[in-house]
Design a protein around this ligand. Structure first.
Ligand SMILES: NC(=O)c1ccc[n+]([C@@H]2O[C@H](COP(=O)([O-])OP(=O)(O)OC[C@H]3O[C@@H](n4cnc5c(N)ncnc54)[C@H](OP(=O)(O)O)[C@@H]3O)[C@@H](O)[C@H]2O)c1
Length: 365
């Protein structure tokens, strides 16, 4: 049994005990490899030179048998089934929730560790919900499955982190402007095909959305849950509280789908316990890992989907005092939902799992 130690993966002192051994991840499987997120996971593993001996790509029977190019080599997509996880050490999963619920136990029972991007495992007590810039050491309590948060939660908590550390955030009011790629390959196709059809005066049968997304905005993402909130909005509330380990943080979200192909935008108001000026906030954001500040209203410079696409950072701008609240701060936040909102975060978690930092940073306790 590996020794239990207390470590700090990035900075400060961790209070989480964990097993000292990094996992050995020589044999990797990408579940949902043909999807919008899976495609990015493949690109990131290539570009970041993630270490492995063997890799396989899994999807449904729709894609099984097709060929994927990875590091210049052709790979045949295999059917996602229990035996696909024989001899696999690490799985990065980007499948729908119901598929993740089924395959993750197959993989864990065969000894693999699963990094899951679906919503299925996120709120389970025994599953850490991890954003490496915010709560990296939560990873150490894992029991075979580690969850990556909802894309709109991830960019918000990365932006909240430096402000929360400096002045403790009590309350957040957030409105999202979410891209169609957040609904996967079908969502991306709906925007282009639906826009073309609308311009040509034709009807389009939308697959991912229950209303036209071309030339429209839809103030509903996910299903109706309770008290007038949608599933996407409640994810932003509960996931934020879990990641910060603080159920007293209040979050009032409104999630809206907009006709933008990629990158979610968010208008965020935070109320802090102690005052924080816009200039202090700007400096804290600029010093934080994973955040880029673009903030010059006079010059017309701020983050937009068009200047944040295909990048791994979370971008913030329009940083200003919330005039309606004594300790209030308002800002605008944009991030590539397929990257930091999904693939980048999952690959960062995988990198932490195999990293020497996982065992080398602390003292025995
Ligand atoms: N899109 C985002 O911005 C985002 C952000 C954060 C988290 N996520 C989460 O990531 C997951 C994937 O999202 P996505 O946007 O990449 O969706 P997507 O484009 O629809 O891709 C879904 C993937 O899952 C596979 N799949 C579907 N049903 C399957 C089945 N029965 N058996 C095996 N494989 C199956 C698909 O394979 P086929 O090609 O064979 O159909 C495809 O590879 C979802 O849980 C989503 O909530 C997405």
């Amino acid at each position: 049994m590996p020794a239990r130690v207390t470590v700090d993966l990035f900075m400060g002192t961790s209070k989480y005990p964990f097993f000292a051994e990094p996992i050995v991840a020589n044999r990797i499987a990408i579940a949902g490899a043909t999807g919008a997120v899976g495609k990015l996971v493949r690109q990131m593993l290539e570009s970041r030179d993630f270490p492995y001996d063997s890799i396989k790509f899994l999807a449904s029977k729709r894609s099984a048998g097709s060929t994927i190019e990875f590091k210049g080599q052709p790979h045949t997509v295999e059917l996602l089934r229990p035996e696909a996880f024989d001899d696999i050490d690490l799985v990065i999963g980007s499948t729908p929730d119901d598929v993740a619920a089924e395959f993750a136990p197959w993989a864990v029972q065969r000894g693999a560790v699963v990094v899951d991007e679906s919503g299925y495992h996120r709120m389970l007590d025994h599953v850490p919900l991890v954003v490496p810039e915010v709560n990296p050491d939560a990873i150490t309590g894992h029991k075979g499955i580690i969850a990556s948060p909802n894309c709109s939660t991830t960019q918000m908590v990365v932006a909240m982190k430096p402000i929360h550390d400096a002045a403790r955030i009590k309350r957040v009011v957030v409105s999202t402007y979410q891209a169609t790629s957040g609904a996967g390959v079908k969502g991306q196709a709906d925007l282009t095909d639906g826009s073309r059809a609308a311009l040509e005066g034709n009807r389009h049968h939308y697959q991912a959305f229950s209303h036209p997304i071309a030339f429209n905005v839809i103030p509903q993402i996910g299903s109706h849950k309770h008290d007038g909130y949608t599933s996407e909005e409640l994810k932003m509330l509960y996931e934020t509280q879990k990641i910060f380990g603080d159920e007293s943080i209040q979050v009032c979200p409104t999630c809206v789908r907009v006709p933008v192909s990629n990158c979610h935008s968010e208008s965020i108001l935070v109320e802090t316990e102690t005052p924080i000026s816009p200039q202090q906030a700007r400096e804290l954001f600029a010093a934080a890992k994973g955040i880029t500040v673009v903030d010059d209203l006079e010059a017309g410079e701020y983050p937009m989907p068009s200047n944040c696409d295909d990048q791994d950072d979370v971008f913030v701008g329009r940083i200003r005092k919330d005039l309606s609240c004594e300790n209030g701060l308002a800002f605008w936040c944009v991030s590539d939902n397929l990257r930091k909102g999904a693939a980048t975060n999952a690959v960062q978690i995988a990198e932490l799992l195999v990293s020497e930092k996982y065992s080398a940073c602390g003292s025995s306790s």
